[in-house]
Ligand binder design. Structure first.
Ligand SMILES: Nc1ncnc2c1ncn2[C@@H]1O[C@H](COP(=O)(O)OP(=O)(O)OP(=O)(O)O)[C@@H](O)[C@H]1O
Ligand SMILES: [Mg+2]
Length: 221
């Protein structure tokens, strides 16, 4: 990414604080250069940028999936390297790519995902998540038998299963029909109303303008 989005948080400590993050992949390719970013608590933030700009790389680093070459990231007070487990537990990520060739049922998958983050079982909450995503009728189906759009809904349900306070949607509109897009945006607004911070990536500036409180300045038309 050529420039960085530096935002002044006037009234609160940012929920995500990114300072001087660099990422050079093993291939010697530098995907991120000195990224600085602050996300305010409770906002919807859009990361804009063309293919290859480094959006997924940055999200993967914040979500502790990829290691930064250098730099610091604090997620709600937790250093994402030193305090990895605590940081990861408050983050939900809907990835860009679908990895859902699972023989497991929808219900087993989201129940397991919740447990993975040390959350006590809460069938009522998981039922609400599935109902909100029109997946309740599919709860006993194996994920591999679902359509692409349904699999994407499962990924959203899985990311919400442990009630994250920071929610990432990487390219949520890719391969999604109008109905799911509306459902998704309704959910995002509901989550924000409950105090969740949402970060999404998109190629569409109209979508970012429509949905986000703020967006990155990586996008240069
Ligand atoms: N595992 C990897 N190894 C080497 N290079 C990588 C790896 N992952 C990503 N890259 C490179 O880093 C750059 C940024 O990729 P990234 O996926 O972060 O971009 P993006 O902004 O998410 O793009 P898109 O809009 O297509 O999703 C690209 O040039 C990509 O080829
Ligand atoms: Mg990407």
């Amino acid at each position: 990414m050529p420039t960085s989005a530096t935002i002044t948080a006037e009234n609160s400590v940012p929920i995500i604080f990114v300072r001087g993050v660099n990422k050079t992949y093993a291939s010697d390719f530098q995907a991120l250069k000195k990224i600085n970013l602050e996300i305010k608590r409770g906002e919807i933030f859009a990361l804009l940028g063309p293919n290859g700009a480094g959006k997924t790389t940055l999200i993967s680093i914040i979500c502790c999936i990829v290691k930064a070459t250098s730099g610091t990231i604090i997620a709600d007070g937790h250093d994402t390297v030193r305090d990895y487990r605590a940081a990861r537990a408050i983050i939900g990520l809907v990835p860009q790519e679908l990895h859902t060739d699972s023989f497991e049922s929808v219900w087993a998958t989201i129940k397991f995902s919740r447990g993975l983050f040390g959350k006590a079982p809460n069938a009522a909450y998981l039922e609400k998540v599935l109902r909100d995503l029109s997946l309740w009728d599919k709860r006993n189906e194996k994920i591999m038998t679902l359509s692409g759009g349904m699999k994407r809904r499962v990924l959203i349900a899985k990311a919400l299963a442990h009630e994250p306070t920071i929610f990432f949607l990487d390219e949520p509109s890719a391969g999604v029909d109008v109905e799911l897009r509306h459902d998704m945006w309704r959910m995002v607004r509901e989550l924000r109303a409950l105090g969740t911070t949402i970060i999404l990536t998109t190629h569409y500036i109209e979508e970012a303008e429509d949905m986000a409180d703020r967006m990155s300045d990586w996008f240069k038309p």
